[in-house]
Design a protein around this ligand. Structure first.
Ligand SMILES: *[C@@H]1O[C@H](CO)[C@@H](O)[C@H](O)[C@H]1NC(C)=O
Length: 186
């Protein structure tokens, strides 16, 4: 019975999103307020991915992560007076992806790259530790899914925030890991 259900679910998953099936929590689900403004990426699909960390608290459950998202949105949208939460996507250590500005809009994370990239942020401060395995697995699935779905160029370049900006983000442990991935820009 369990096995049959598992087979059924994986078949459903395969038909709706080919191979990788990252759990993506929509803005409505995490309690987003509407963006104040929006601009499209200059090219869809974009050819760059920038990996960031939020540098604040980490989260391990969907309610906890959703609350952090709402706080980050207040900080970016209302205090910094940007259009919206600055990232395209965020990844929690609950293994979920949280949709910020999504696949098609430019973010406000990396000066000079906002209209050319997807900014993906691990939720937490990773200067002294690496994200957990659930978060890493979710990032890999999200990138695979993005290429399969045509939201990201298949020859995309992967960069750490600190490669293109004067920042500690995403921390050297994350940077050392993504440096070993095939899309990393050397
Ligand atoms: C992140 O962690 C480092 C090391 O523990 C700390 O020095 C830094 O202040 C933290 N950053 C923030 C924004 O809390």
């Amino acid at each position: 019975m369990m096995l049959r259900l598992a087979v059924l679910f994986s078949a459903l998953c395969a038909s709706s999103c080919q191979l990788a099936c990252p759990p993506i929590i929509s803005p409505a689900k995490w309690g987003s307020r509407p963006a104040k403004c929006a601009a499209p990426l200059s090219k869809v699909p974009p050819g760059n991915v920038i990996i960031i960390h939020t540098s604040g608290s980490a989260c391990h459950t969907q309610p906890e992560c959703s609350e952090l998202l709402r706080n980050i949105q207040v900080f970016h949208r209302d205090m910094k007076e940007w259009c919206d939460i600055s990232y395209n996507f965020l990844i929690g250590e609950d293994g979920n992806v949280y949709e910020g500005r999504g696949w098609l809009l430019e973010g406000a994370h990396t000066y000079g790259y906002n209209d050319l990239s997807l900014g993906i942020a691990f939720i937490g401060n990773f200067t002294e530790r690496s994200p957990n395995e659930a978060a890493w697995k979710t990032l890999k699935n999200l990138l695979t899914y993005a290429v399969q779905s045509g939201y990201l160029a298949s020859d995309y370049l992967l960069m750490a925030h600190s490669d293109v900006s004067n920042t500690i983000s995403p921390g050297k442990l994350i940077r050392e890991t993504i440096k070993m991935w095939p899309h990393y820009k050397h």
